[in-house]
Design a protein. Structure first.
Length: 481
């Protein structure tokens, strides 16, 4: 969401264009039209640029005078980090003309170009109009990024790009076997975000068990503060804390079964337990009044104003909510609260993964140029620039030395250290975008958390959606290897 890729992987306007329809679950979305568009192929001229001469400084063989077309999702991370990386490309290849475009309408603007066989050379495929990665891979619309990963890194010619990346980044870009179709640039920490200052004012500690969570929420309620809020109009934010909670309670294999679209995966006792726990927040009045009608910016603003204690979100929130966040907010993030000592995984289990998915279209005119721009972005200098400017980690494994970490970033790094090996990475949001967002998110969890459906009804509905996706022959299906 995507960043998520994630997205987190994930931004201003991030995931904010999906509309509810009167018949929930029957929403017409750009993703689906894109699926059919990919299937129909499309002609158009596609004159690939001639490859340049491979050298130590140019391991990918970039054509030094060929134009480069780069389209960035204009989200919570802003544009400057990418513009700065473009300047490096232009310095290295002064004869190359770079066209840089930032937009929130990824599918609307790029679908016609894919159809016409004239896609950009590099795309940050994120936001509400994110193109379905599973569809793109299934329809062979993407270039394999293995040459980039096997190229020498910018900082150390003796080290491949793949060897400079955080654990899990390469695997996230794989869908079926060895090829790597997506490079997730941001490294997103998902979880429950809060103001340490506000929590301290309640004389409370972050709750590790659900009984403790309810007690903290009751304490807050008595002070006129809601326990929780969330992006009610985009309830696919709820899984940022709910999914790792399910793994904590039932084991990571429960999430794997859900990702694999296995029959009855959503009927696992851990899912039922966690759904009922979240529903209890609604029943006890611990959700900020009016939350179902709030978008991500409105819910974050209410939260930074101290109207609610907790919010499920990704690490982009520190940058995205900066304008309304008080200087002494003392932003913190924690792994999701569990149920009790019977949970399969320890407290600290959390979701962290690549966000902000970058892709190079298979029919791009300058494939090598698109990969080279990514290689530049994966240097230590570009990574540090990103981290300093947007308060988030990158896929580059490092890049924090000498940087004074902001409260949220410092807390995120500490949470990752605490999690250790207990980091989960649900793949639904990468493999099945429409299922995750419109079906599980809006039509399922959104209705439950608004009190319009019980946990049992919601589980039954979501399992039905998953079964339909599993049987849909027009969808390419993926499984954990």
């Amino acid at each position: 969401m995507g960043s998520t890729s994630a997205h987190n992987n994930e931004g201003l306007g991030r995931r904010d264009l999906i509309k509810r329809s009167a018949a929930l679950g029957l929403i017409s979305v750009p993703t689906m039209s894109f699926l059919s568009a990919c299937a129909s192929g499309g002609g158009g001229s596609n004159d690939k640029v001639e490859k340049g001469t491979t050298s130590a400084k140019n391991p990918l063989g970039v054509n030094e005078s060929a134009p480069l077309d780069f389209v960035l999702f204009d989200g919570g991370f802003g544009q400057q980090y990418a513009k700065d990386a473009v300047k490096v490309y232009e310095t290295n290849y002064p004869k190359a003309k770079v066209k840089f475009t930032a937009t929130q309408k990824i599918t609307t603007e790029l679908q016609p170009r894919f159809n016409g066989g004239n896609p950009p050379d590099l795309i940050d495929n994120s936001g509400a109009e994110q193109m379905d990665m599973g569809v793109l891979v299934g329809k062979q619309q993407l270039a394999d990024l293995t040459p980039l990963l096997d190229a020498a890194s910018i900082d150390d010619p003796n080290k491949k790009v793949r060897d400079t990346l955080r654990p899990g980044i390469v695997e996230m870009g794989q869908f079926d076997g060895d090829p790597v179709w997506v490079l997730y640039y941001a490294y997103t920490v998902y979880g429950v975000w809060y103001s340490q200052k506000l929590l301290d004012s309640l004389d409370a500690k972050y709750p590790e068990t659900w009984d403790e969570m309810l007690a903290v929420c009751e304490k807050a309620k008595k002070k006129g503060i809601a326990g929780w809020t969330y992006a009610g109009k985009h309830p696919y934010y709820i899984p940022f804390s709910l999914y790792p909670m399910i793994a904590k309670v039932g084991g990571r294999e429960v999430l794997d079964a859900i990702d694999n679209l296995e029959p009855k995966a959503w009927e696992h006792p851990a899912v039922k337990t966690c759904f009922e726990a979240y529903y209890e927040l609604y029943k006890k009045g611990y959700i900020l009044q009016g939350t179902p009608g709030l978008d991500h910016i409105q819910s974050q603003t209410a939260w930074t104003e101290g109207k609610a204690l907790f919010i499920p979100n990704g690490s982009w929130v520190e940058n995205e909510a900066a304008k309304t966040m008080p200087a002494d907010f003392d932003l913190a993030v924690s792994a999701p609260t569990g149920i009790d000592a019977s949970d399969k995984m320890p407290f600290g289990t959390m979701w962290a993964s690549g966000g902000e998915p970058f892709i190079v279209p298979a029919k791009a005119k300058n494939v090598e140029g698109g990969m080279e721009q990514l290689r530049i972005m994966l240097s230590e200098a570009s990574s540090k620039n990103f981290t300093k400017s947007v308060k988030s980690l990158t896929a580059y494994n490092g890049g924090t030395d000498g940087i004074e970490l902001t409260p949220g970033l410092k807390s995120g790094v500490a949470a990752l250290d605490k999690a250790g090996q207990n980091v989960v990475n649900p793949r639904l949001q990468d493999w099945y975008v429409a299922l995750q967002k419109e079906k599980i998110g809006v039509a399922g969890l959104g209705e439950m958390m608004a009190g319009r459906a019980t946990p049992a009804e919601t589980i039954k509905k979501i399992q039905k959606y998953a079964d339909e996706a599993a049987k849909d022959s027009s969808i390419k299906h993926y499984k954990h290897q």
